[in-house]
Design a protein around this ligand. Structure first.
Ligand code: ZN
Length: 194
């Protein structure tokens, strides 16, 4: 009699242990994929400068930014801060110029004659952007002033020298496809289109 009872109890205990997945004791929630090399990451972000002005916002655009992590597709300071994060994580990231768009270089502000803009001489206005070949490769220049025949251009990135404050929410993390890894960018509705 006693022997039978103990045997039954013992079986019940074993069944109970088997039916409680071990992982539930370690992770109360489902384990989500963490951001690392070769993951495709979607984030919502709002970028403000140190004056508190909003410079850019994926929320205003209405769709998250998708990028291939580890491919240098976003500024280094932000990419670094996102390592190990997962969908649902929110973080505030402050990025200094050296890990953002670089410091401003005064020598990239130059005066050129209007004739340098072949075919566009008549319509030149501050804010217009042109690509020009430099010793360091192609560079985008922004016109900052037009006076007579003189045009002032600035080859600094508009955000060079700025400390950037990002409020970020990770919305999705997935494995990159082989093709995405090969191309170094994201494919699909939110990313690069061929
Ligand atoms: Zn591609």
């Amino acid at each position: 009699m006693f022997a039978d009872l103990n045997a039954g109890r013992s079986r019940t205990m074993k069944r109970h242990v088997r039916h409680t997945p071990y992982s539930e004791f370690i992770h109360p929630k489902r384990v989500s994929m963490q951001i690392s090399e070769n993951t495709v990451v979607s984030i919502h972000y709002t970028l403000t400068n140190n004056a508190g002005e909003t410079i850019d916002s994926s929320i205003q655009r209405g769709e998250p930014l998708a990028y291939l992590h580890g491919a240098g597709n976003i500024i280094p300071g932000l990419e670094k801060a996102l390592v190990g994060k997962a969908a649902g994580d929110k973080l505030d990231v402050t990025v200094n110029p050296e890990e953002g768009y670089g410091e401003r270089h005064e020598q990239l502000i130059q005066q050129v004659p209007k004739t340098a803009f072949e075919g566009n001489e008549e319509n030149l206005q501050p804010g217009m952007q042109f690509q020009a070949q430099t010793e360091a490769g192609p560079r985008i220049f922004t016109i900052t002033a037009v006076e007579g025949d003189e045009v002032t251009v600035d080859g600094n990135h508009p955000l060079a020298g700025e400390t950037l404050n990002f409020a970020v929410e990770v919305t999705e993390v997935r494995e990159a496809s082989d093709e995405e890894k090969e191309h170094g960018h994201v494919h699909g509705p939110e990313g690069h289109d061929h």
